[in-house]
Design a binder for this molecule. Structure first.
Ligand SMILES: Nc1ncnc2c1ncn2[C@@H]1O[C@H](COP(=O)(O)OP(=O)(O)OP(=O)(O)O)[C@@H](O)[C@H]1O
Ligand SMILES: [Mg+2]
Length: 228
């Protein structure tokens, strides 16, 4: 089991008296190379669950084992290390650095590697080539279409060949044709690298490409018998 969440709870504490329970007792495991789609109504906790999986948010209770490691037992610093080594992220709004060119955006996750800049640049250029954008390497995000920006984001997310790819509505801002291309690109590259995918989506045609659909409601996972 590559990822194993058990009894994960997340309560956002707004003030002394106001608490928002966003995740209520989530059990979820993901195998190596598996593609899991998370679906469910707005506000059901998909993004919160992805941020727990991505080590961006701390659960209030429960355990999270990643690659055989109980994430509670490592220091914050080590958690940041785990995140940068093992996890890639893709968001709905691309989240590229506006002042950096495409290849520099892709190189960013390699910053902390003990490699020469030349090697890192070559790796970034290969990743851009893999998403079909070698000829756009010197473009800034504002000089790219939405679909191209998301391709750059895919290259950035996978440049490290992470074990786990977290994708939050990666096709949400794209027309259906471009969205499908991005999805197929993600599936192909993740397949080549053996990367597991957990992807939140509102689009059922996207979710149907996953190996497994997990439905959420009100901070919990809907038992699969009820998944219809
Ligand atoms: N930082 C935060 N502080 C307080 N409450 C939050 C925070 N982030 C999310 N919430 C609340 O937690 C619940 C789950 O939110 P989340 O963003 O995980 O939903 P979602 O399923 O991703 O929704 P959408 O489909 O609209 O993206 C919501 O009720 C939301 O208002
Ligand atoms: Mg969300």
């Amino acid at each position: 089991m590559y990822v194993e969440l058990s009894a994960i709870e997340k309560v956002y504490r707004m003030s002394e008296r106001v608490e928002v329970p966003a995740l209520r007792g989530i059990d979820l495991s993901v195998e190596k190379g598996e593609f899991v789609a998370l679906v469910g109504p707005s506000g059901c906790g998909k993004t919160t669950l992805l941020s727990v999986l991505g080590l961006l948010t701390w659960p209030t209770a429960g355990t999270y084992c990643l690659d055989g490691c109980d994430t509670r037992s490592v220091s914050r610093r080590e958690q940041a290390g785990l995140r940068s080594e093992l996890i890639g992220f893709i968001f709905q709004s691309y989240n590229l650095l506006a002042r950096e060119t495409a290849w520099r955006n892709v190189m960013f996750p390699l910053t902390f590697r003990s490699q020469t800049r030349g090697t890192r640049k070559r790796t970034a250029m290969e990743a851009l080539d893999a998403v079909g954008l070698a000829d756009r390497a010197d473009h800034y995000p504002s000089q790219l279409s939405g679909g191209e920006q998301q391709r750059v984001a895919v290259a950035r997310a996978l440049v490290n060949r992470p074990r786990l790819l977290i994708a939050d509505e990666p096709t949400g801002n794209l027309d259906s044709h471009t969205g499908k291309e991005i999805l197929e690109l993600i599936i192909r590259l993740a397949g080549e690298y053996g990367t597991s995918i957990v992807m939140a989506t509102h689009d059922l045609t996207v979710a149907r490409r996953a190996g497994r659909i997990v439905s959420m409601a009100d901070g919990g996972v809907v038992p699969s018998e009820a998944n219809g």
